[in-house]
Ligand binder design. Structure first.
Ligand code: GLN
Length: 484
């Protein structure tokens, strides 16, 4: 596929032209539906395209414009949603057989907010089953392919959402990030991906994987588009008990503030062993670019991040084993009959879940079991506290931190499916921020030796999205060859 995302209109341009009446939301939608119809067979970004619902929604936007009303900052912008966000009466599967055909009776808060901002939800994107994975190969419905090289994975678990933006199917999509599932696929697909502060975006209607880590965030072709959509979906929601009460940061007015005087720390532990040389080289160039723009850059050690991966693979599966107990063939989704209730539940879960989901449930149940709880789950929580403390020390000296997003560029399909550990290592640079509850953004910054995209990650303290976006905007304009 030779599609060039840069050639597509940004969400900001689309919304401006729809709001001014220069273009109709209907025309914008049909253009994007055509692109999906002609190319998604090759990419498989979508599990489900909402043709009728999207046409209906676009029509409502156009009616509002004609009546002199303002449909909102995302007027007529087509948006794709990861298939773990509830959409009323529209299939929401988590790319799992157990939920195949399930239609939620309500919309997630983010879906409601996108609607209020005038966006047109166009479909549900493919993902690793229940968001467990780093390549979208764990989908029960077949993998998604990377639009830049279809022999490669798009990353995961929000691979469909990342690929949909990279392929020009939509200017904006939403994903969820529990350990890196927005940032890593953004890096591998050459787009921008944001994991907001834990609690910044409501999780109401997001099907839970690991509730203390899950956050929804946007994919976009530009930093400004990501800011636009994040401003629309963030903010307090009484329906999510972990939702932050204070108003969300203003991003737009500060995008061009620049980094003069900004103190930036390059994370030592994320530049050495396990990180490909080309990825480390681009990250250093990114640091140099920020320095040239007026920032001070120094290396900083955050020792506890070395234990991030181990802690995550106890905390996340532990929470998942509890969250996924609800799929019992009684309350949600599909059922396989049996002679007794126990047999029915056993058969339902055996048939309904894929291998990786089963592996996580077993790991999690084990880590939580009596006699092992303190040694595994309890210890992981202590590491989590250490990571938070180490970040806090670093943020006394630095405004934002810098690292690679992913240790490598996109890898061939099938390359890591037989080795779970190799797959897990994809998230070594992204997991610590989830454990800490902090925000981070991945910005495309040049390519690797193989010509595929590399992403650089900007990390910020809790609710530090403003300085994070300002630094990201500088990186974007300094990226080799311009923003992709
Ligand atoms: N790849 C990580 C995992 O498999 C992160 C997933 C995510 O962020 N949803 O758990």
């Amino acid at each position: 596929m030779t599609s060039n995302p840069g050639a597509h209109l940004t969400a900001i341009d689309i919304a401006a032209s729809v709001r001014s009446g220069e273009r109709t939301a209907g025309d914008v939608l049909e253009e994007h539906l055509e692109r999906i119809a002609s190319s998604d067979a090759e990419i498989h970004a979508f599990n489900h395209v909402m043709v009728d619902e999207a046409r209906h929604c676009a029509q409502a936007v156009d009616t509002a414009v004609k009546a002199g009303e303002d449909p909102g900052p995302l007027a007529g912008v087509p948006v794709a949603l990861k298939d773990n966000m509830c959409t009323r009466a529209v299939p929401t599967t988590c790319s799992s057989r157990i939920l195949q055909g399930w239609k939620p009776p309500y919309d997630a808060t983010v879906v409601q907010r996108l609607g209020m901002a005038g966006a047109v939800v166009i479909g549900k994107t493919n993902m690793d089953e229940f968001a467990m994975g780093s390549s979208t190969e764990n989908s029960a419905f077949g993998p998604t392919r990377n639009p830049w090289d279809t022999s490669c994975v798009p990353g995961g678990s929000s691979g469909g959402s990342a690929a949909a933006v990279a392929a020009g199917f939509v200017p904006i999509s939403l994903g969820s990030d529990t350990g890196g599932s927005i940032r890593q696929p953004a890096a591998l697909c050459g787009v921008v991906g944001v994991k907001p502060t834990y609690g910044a975006v409501s999780r109401f209607g997001l099907i839970a994987f690991a509730s203390s880590l899950d956050q929804i965030g946007p994919f976009a072709n530009t930093v400004a588009d990501a800011a636009l959509v994040l401003e629309a979906i963030a903010g307090h929601d009484p329906a999510d008990s972990t939702s932050i009460r204070e108003p969300f940061a203003e991003l737009f007015p500060h995008l061009d503030d620049g980094v003069s005087g900004t103190r930036i720390g390059l994370i030592t532990e994320m530049m050495g062993e396990g990180i490909d040389a080309d990825v480390a080289a681009r990250t250093r160039e990114a640091a140099d670019a920020l320095e040239a723009a007026g920032a001070t850059v120094q290396e900083v050690s955050i020792p506890a991040v070395n234990y991030g991966l181990s802690a995550y693979y106890l905390v996340a599966p532990a929470e998942a084993s509890s969250n996924l107990a609800r799929y019992d063939g009684v309350r949600y989704g599909n059922r396989v009959e049996g002679n007794t209730t126990d047999e029915m539940m056993f058969a339902t879960r055996t048939e309904g879940f894929g291998d990786e989901v089963k592996r996580r449930i077993m790991l999690g149940a084990y880590a939580l079991s009596a006699g092992y709880y303190d040694a595994f789950y309890g210890k992981a929580l202590k590491v989590r506290t250490l990571i938070r403390a180490d970040f806090q020390v670093a943020y006394e000296k630095f405004d934002v931190l810098l690292s690679p997003t992913s240790p490598s560029t996109a890898f061939p399909l099938g390359d890591k499916t037989a080795d779970p550990m190799a797959m897990y290592l994809n998230d070594v640079c992204t997991i610590p921020t989830n454990l800490a509850g902090h925000p981070a953004i991945s910005v495309p910054f040049g390519t690797g030796d193989d010509g595929l995209s590399i992403g650089v990650q900007v990390l910020a303290p809790p609710q530090g999205e403003q300085q994070m976006f300002t630094a990201a905007a500088v990186l974007e304009s300094a990226a080799p060859g311009g923003a992709r």
